[in-house]
Design a protein around this ligand. Structure first.
Ligand code: UT7
Length: 324
């Protein structure tokens, strides 16, 4: 028998304000046509002034708890992936813990930028296998609108805000590829590529929140090269191949990257969950948002084989094979 982290519930939250590409045409030298054709993005959600990463994460968590039919005290741990925490400390996860009324267990944040949700799920799986927790709420939540340089057209049109959450629970499987739950994980980072994507502020450097800086072409090149490779490695580790995949659930940064990765893996776009047109790039929130939207639409079903993959600042990247 093998214990695995099995998804028990999923949910998401998107702020009410939807911003179409055309809204940027008034303030920037850009067009809806450029944004759509270069990235696939058509609109994104931006948080209201009184919304934060913690408020959105809490809403997504409540939706996931409802879906699982559980109360917050049934959780042993919260792992929240974010690069846009409410405060330098405490961890945003502890703010969510208090808002949910969870009075036991532990909560902490994980920071792997756009790959954060894959890292957080890997962390939850490891804790469940080690017997440190049985039920873990894994959240990806971001307020990237707060770290945009609104004068930089090459970045500010690409990102959005939102939160997605899943609840995973340790369940015994036969140790076979037909088991539900996390079947394999592949994680990487390479700090030599820091300049490709970073925020130019921080507590220990200049005491500012800073703004996102990105060499788009450079990140694009790494993404195309690394995402299919990490997905292949994770599939290999699970003893599965691309033909076994029901759904590729990629990080939603750019439709051209998603197409390129699916093509390299030999997967048709009818087997890919795509939300980038509606959400923009929501960093660590993008995969759980795609999972929740795909599940709510009746596309992702119990027993389906999913591959999650993401790359972002660090660079950090990875993939995870999950039977829903
Ligand atoms: O989530 C973390 C991972 N992040 C990513 O995966 C992002 C990866 N990179 C990308 O998605 C793409 O590189 C971008 C969408 C950021 C850019 O697409 P691109 O095809 O690589 O365009 P580019 O950066 O080469 O820019 C082409 C041209 C440039 O003009 P010149 O130098 O050729 O005259 C840019 O100045 O497009 C210009 N440009 C714009 N034009 C209109 C850049 N941003 C804009 C804009 N509107 N918003």
């Amino acid at each position: 028998m093998t214990i695995r982290a099995v998804v028990r519930g999923v949910g998401h939250y998107l702020p009410a304000r939807v911003v179409p590409n055309s809204e940027f045409e008034a303030s920037l030298d850009t067009t809806d046509e450029w944004i759509r054709s270069r990235s696939g993005i058509e609109r994104r959600h931006f948080a209201a002034d009184d919304e934060t990463t913690a408020t959105m994460a809490t809403e997504a968590a409540r939706a996931a708890l409802d879906d699982a039919g559980l109360g917050a005290d049934a959780l042993d741990a919260i792992v929240l992936a974010t690069s846009t925490p409410d405060l330098t400390f405490p961890a945003t996860a502890t703010i969510v813990q208090a808002r949910l009324g969870m009075t036991r267990g532990f909560a902490y944040d994980v920071q792997a930028v756009c790959a954060g949700f894959v890292f957080a799920m890997a962390n939850a799986q490891a804790m469940i296998v080690a017997g440190q927790a049985r039920r873990v709420l894994v959240i990806g939540a971001e307020t990237f609108s707060r770290i945009m340089d609104w004068s930089d057209r090459s970045t500010c049109v690409l990102f959005g805000d939102g939160a997605g959450a899943v609840i995973v629970e340790g369940q015994e499987g036969a140790g076979a590829t037909a088991d539900r739950g996390v079947l394999s994980v592949d994680l990487h980072s390479d700090g030599r590529h820091r300049e490709a994507l970073y925020v130019d502020g921080g507590v220990a450097t200049n005491q500012r929140a800073g703004h996102l800086r990105m060499q788009g072409k450079e990140v694009f090149r790494h993404a195309i090269e690394k995402l299919a490779a990490t997905a292949d490695t994770a599939l290999d580790r699970a003893g599965l191949g691309a033909d076994d995949i029901d759904w590729l659930v990629p990080h939603q940064a750019n439709l051209r990257i998603i197409n390129g990765t699916a093509h390299r893996l030999g997967i048709g776009m009818e087997r890919v969950i795509v939300t980038v047109q509606d959400h923009g790039n929501t960093s660590a929130a993008s995969i759980p948002l795609a999972l929740s939207v795909g599940y709510a639409a009746g596309r992702i079903r119990r027993g389906d084989l999913l591959v999650l993959e993401a790359i972002g600042g660090g660079l950090a990247w990875g993939a995870l094979v999950l039977r829903w």
